[in-house]
Design a protein around this ligand. Structure first.
Ligand code: AGP
Length: 611
């Protein structure tokens, strides 16, 4: 979704805004724009990336110590200069940037058209800025009151920053559904969709909650509700260093994040597992552990890669804790009127913690009395505030739109949870529990080994960078890995790819197989090994190309496959943490070789904050 950023302080706003927008660009990159206040408000905007905006502004004067900027992920109206934000009101009193969707914008637009307002763009956002101006002029109220009154009429989601030409030195910010955080610096303030552009200036922040408005002036800022109830801001310290949001020596954030996984998995189990004591401790779930241990059913909810991690979680929890698990796409769960029982446990998985479908599913489940837990990567994000409690993945900021290190961190948390529940439900012996803990602690080293084979994955990518389709097959724990591998390739290389349970191949997808169809088969030495050998023979019989992911030293499949990717052996339940790594790199290299923008794939955004 869109990235919004505002600055008010003593420094020149322009360079701060441009730098901030570049840090937020992973949220949307269809168009970019800024408005700077210097005696009057100057707005610059254009289709494309922030770098295009810089070129577009070259001649313009950008002096001023207050301003705001926007990077867009188009919802209403195609990416072009007119639909780009900021949007100005008809009589020029207000300029506004928006992240979200105004659902009743066409009704409001009709009313404003009847009042003589004219619209340049196709956006819902331009309707809102004109509504604010209409109320401001009609009621002769302050800019903040005009914003408040206008938001009473709005249905939908928004993160907003607003400037009023009659109120120099004042920024107004408001949120409902879309994330917004305020950074408090020395004599300066920042407003942003997330903390990544703020960390280099200050670590002191205050998150806006749904239904809150912030009024920021040069000396102070205040928060109140849309219903005008004054609030006391809650301050937090950001636990993040600037280096974490920079590429360092890597060409892309995605590659950096793939290579960070040995550390991020270690960070995710640091202080939670102890080999010496043979224990797993998930402090965030301590209070609710009795309910978890006696759960009748667990419902895991997520979207995209988080849903795939949830599917691995289903296999793990059912195998080791023998608790029935259902894995739900948040958007389907939200609208299909599911049966949620009071003693159900709901686990919502989200990297960003801002995915609207998952948030909406939580808000629906809150009415049922079920316990709602979160597995999340962004501290202070909405999902962490809407769930009863949860577990943070410690993967650090994930900037690449294609999720990689967050997936393995989510699977690491689900693995720890399944083992812990298995132990507490007396289904796992002390010995096997201890063995799992030590095998889990070896995973980072084993991933290191796999990463050292990067050149091999690159050579395979070179051979198949021009194909139009890929098929990914796996059984058991490898099925979700097949889905995730296919998603990675789809989203960054734009090659059509499907993940399938290997046995399902015979029920349809086998028709797709010919000499142009690479088939990635994830085939660790597990109970279904013989079956997957037959699946590979069926693919070869149709002239298909087999890229097999096998355990080190495997001989049989290695003779049949066109390409072999070896990964170290570990406990079968931990294999997803290893077998996904080569698939992440395979898709990365194919996308780079196809000249795709790996970190900012077309049409995608890092967190989907509208339904
Ligand atoms: C994955 O690479 C994609 N970026 C996308 O599918 C993502 O997993 C999905 O939007 C869920 O995001 P979340 O984990 O932040 O909720």
């Amino acid at each position: 979704m869109c990235g919004i950023f505002g600055y008010l302080g003593k420094q020149q706003a322009y360079p701060i805004l441009i730098k901030g927008l570049k840090r937020l660009e992973y949220r949307g990159y269809d168009s970019a724009g800024i408005s700077i206040f210097n005696e009057k408000i100057k707005t610059f905007k254009c289709k494309g990336k922030v770098s295009d905006l810089e070129n577009h502004i070259l001649q313009g004067s950008t002096a001023g110590t207050m301003g705001m900027g926007h990077t867009r992920w188009a919802t209403h109206g195609p990416p072009n200069n007119i639909n780009a934000h900021p949007h100005k009101s008809q009589h020029g009193h207000f300029v506004l940037i928006h992240n979200g969707i105004i659902e009743n914008y066409s009704r409001l637009k009709k009313k404003l058209l009847a009042l003589g307002y004219r619209f340049e763009s196709e956006t819902d956002t331009e309707v809102l800025v004109n509504l604010i101006e209409y109320i401001y002029l009609e009621n002769k109220v302050t800019p903040e009151v005009a914003v408040r009154l206008a938001l009473h009429k709005v249905i939908g989601a928004y993160g907003l920053v607003i400037q009023c030409s009659d109120a120099p030195g004042q920024l107004i910010a408001a949120r409902k559904g879309s994330p917004l955080v305020i950074g408090i610096g020395k004599d300066e303030y920042f407003v942003s969709s997330d903390v990544t552009p703020i960390v280099e200036y200050t670590k002191k922040v205050s998150y806006l909650n749904d239904g809150e408005i912030a009024l920021i002036t040069r000396d102070t800022f205040s928060i109140s509700t849309i219903k005008d109830k004054k609030l006391v801001p809650v301050f937090r310290q950001i636990d993040m260093e600037i280096g974490e949001v920079e590429k360092g020596d890597f060409e892309h954030f995605m590659l950096k994040e793939i290579f960070e996984q040995p550390r991020t998995i270690q960070d995710t189990f640091r202080g939670r597992i102890s080999k010496e004591l043979g224990t797993i401790n998930l402090g965030g779930l301590f209070e609710v552990m009795p309910r978890l241990v006696n759960a009748k059913r667990i419902i895991i909810i997520g979207c995209g890669t988080s849903w795939h991690a949830g599917l691995v979680g289903e296999y793990l929890i059912e195998e080791f804790a023998r608790i029935p698990v259902e894995v739900e796409y948040a958007s389907e769960f939200r609208y299909r009127n599911p049966v949620i029982l009071e003693d159900d446990i709901i686990i919502v998985i989200s990297q960003s913690g801002e995915t609207a479908d998952s948030l909406a599913a939580i808000q629906m489940a809150q009415e049922t009395g079920a316990l709602i837990l979160g597995i999340c990567n962004v501290v202070g994000s909405s999902i962490t505030r809407e769930t009863h409690c949860g577990v943070y993945t410690h993967a650090g900021p994930e900037i690449g739109v294609a999720s990689t290190k967050a997936f393995t961190a989510q699977v690491t948390v689900l693995t720890m949870l399944a083992m812990l529940l298995g132990k507490k439900r007396k289904l796992l012996s002390e010995a096997s529990y201890g063995k799992f803990i030590s095998e889990l602690q070896e995973i980072p080293h084993k991933i290191h080994d796999i990463l050292s084979d990067n050149a091999h994955f690159k050579s395979i990518a070179k051979q198949y960078k021009d194909v139009d389709n890929f098929l990914y097959l796996g059984r058991g724990y490898s099925f979700p890995v097949a889905l995730e591998g296919a998603l990675k390739l789809k989203e960054i290389s734009y090659i059509h790819a499907e993940g399938y349970p290997a046995a399902e191949m015979k029920h349809g997808p086998i028709a797709l197989i010919d000499e142009n169809m690479p088939v990635v088969v994830i085939a660790p030495k597990d109970d279904s090994y013989d079956k997957i050998v037959s699946n590979i023979q069926e693919v070869k019989a149709r002239g298909g190309i087999v890229i097999a992911v096998v355990n080190k030293g495997e001989k049989n499949i290695s003779k049949m496959a066109d390409h072999v990717i070896e990964v170290p052996t570990t406990n079968l339940a931990l294999m997803p943490l290893l077998s996904i790594i080569p698939l992440q790199l395979l898709s990365y290299h194919i996308a780079v070789m196809r000249g795709c923008h790996v970190d900012q794939p077309r049409n995608l955004a890092k967190s989907v904050t509208v339904e």
